[in-house]
Design a protein around this ligand. Structure first.
Ligand code: PPS
Length: 300
């Protein structure tokens, strides 16, 4: 039997969702709200914004390697990622609140958030910070979120797959509607030039190309050697084995249910959606996703 940290810890009961400024939230993302709202961004902060399970950890690690891979490599091999990248809105008794961790980070501070655009502290755009948004197609996103909510035993009870899928379509999961999230950030990109909008599927298709695009957005020019090294380190299998990235020491996650680095694929939804669920999902999707300029790929 696999022993996880989880087996040895006393875990609080699963949380209940509540309405928070129009989206559903969990208390451990709202308890430090005043500090989050008043967060003072610095001009060189980089905000990594995503709907949960869209590739946050992947892109965070790429950014870390780009900024610290040469100057502070020991940092990346000795400290787990949740202590290197501040999760802005989190407050959890087992670790620093995101707002407090941010104060301890070296520059440029990498800060992650799952907040929809309307709830992000104004300070990031006032300071003209660079923002990297990562989006993932809704079908794979909901599958990944379902497995995550099953194994992160603080999260609200996921229920069975069918009821979870329906709740996802209704935006009744932590951080609310995927549809509103990806659209809200897409709109922000039209008026805020320092926002780089990336797609998980593009990263899977050609990681090197997407790292190049990211570097040109950030104004970085890593050497060919450095890029090759980064490319190797951020492959799914390498990240999955890396205990500083795979959340294996995270007390709330039961790895006997599912891994944090689970499959890392485009198209896993086909192993979960029935034909009827897929048809209903597509119909609903058409009604909600009206902007023809925002297109996702559910297979590559
Ligand atoms: S979280 O909890 O919101 O921060 O999760 P997040 O990191 O956004 O998303 C986790 C999913 O991303 C996959 N992942 C990767 N896929 C491909 N390549 C690499 N290197 C990689 N790293 C993480 C991870 O496996 C989760 O997706 P699923 O589909 O569940 O496997």
């Amino acid at each position: 039997m696999e022993i996880s940290f989880f087996n040895m810890m006393e875990i609080p009961p699963r949380t209940k969702l509540f309405d928070f400024h129009g989206i559903l939230m969990a208390n451990y993302f709202t308890d430090t709200w005043e500090k989050v709202q008043n967060f003072k961004a610095r001009p060189d902060d980089i905000l990594i914004a995503t709907y949960p399970k869209a590739g946050t950890t992947w892109v965070s690690y790429i950014l870390e390697l780009l900024y610290f891979g040469q100057t502070a490599p020991d940092r990346l091999t000795s400290i787990p990622i949740h202590e290197r990248v501040a999760f802005l809105e989190i407050s959890d008794p087992t670790m620093d609140a995101g707002v407090d961790l941010a104060e301890k980070l070296p520059s440029p501070r990498l800060i992650k958030t799952h907040l929809p655009i309307q709830l992000v502290p104004k300070s990031f755009s006032e300071q003209n910070c660079k923002i990297v948004y990562v989006a993932r197609n809704a079908k794979d996103n909901v599958v990944s979120y379902f497995h995550f909510d099953s194994m992160d035993v603080r999260q609200p009870e996921p229920g069975d797959w069918n009821s979870y899928l329906n709740r996802f379509m209704e935006g009744k999961v932590v951080f609310g509607s995927w549809y509103d999230h990806v659209n809200g950030w897409w709109k922000k990109k039209q008026t805020y030039s320092k926002l780089h909008y990336m797609f998980y599927e593009d990263m899977i298709e050609n990681t090197e190309r997407e790292i190049d695009k990211l570097c040109s957005f950030l104004g970085l020019s890593p050497s060919i050697e450095e890029k090759k090294q980064i490319r190797g380190e951020v492959q799914f299998d390498s990240m999955r084995k890396n205990d500083m990235l795979n959340y294996s020491s995270f007390p709330n996650m039961d790895f006997t249910i599912s891994k944090f680095m689970r499959k890392g694929k485009v198209g896993d939804w086909k192993n979960h959606f029935t034909v009827a669920q897929n048809e209903e999902f597509d119909e609903d999707y058409k009604r909600k996703m009206k902007d023809p300029t925002l297109q996702f790929r559910t297979e590559i």
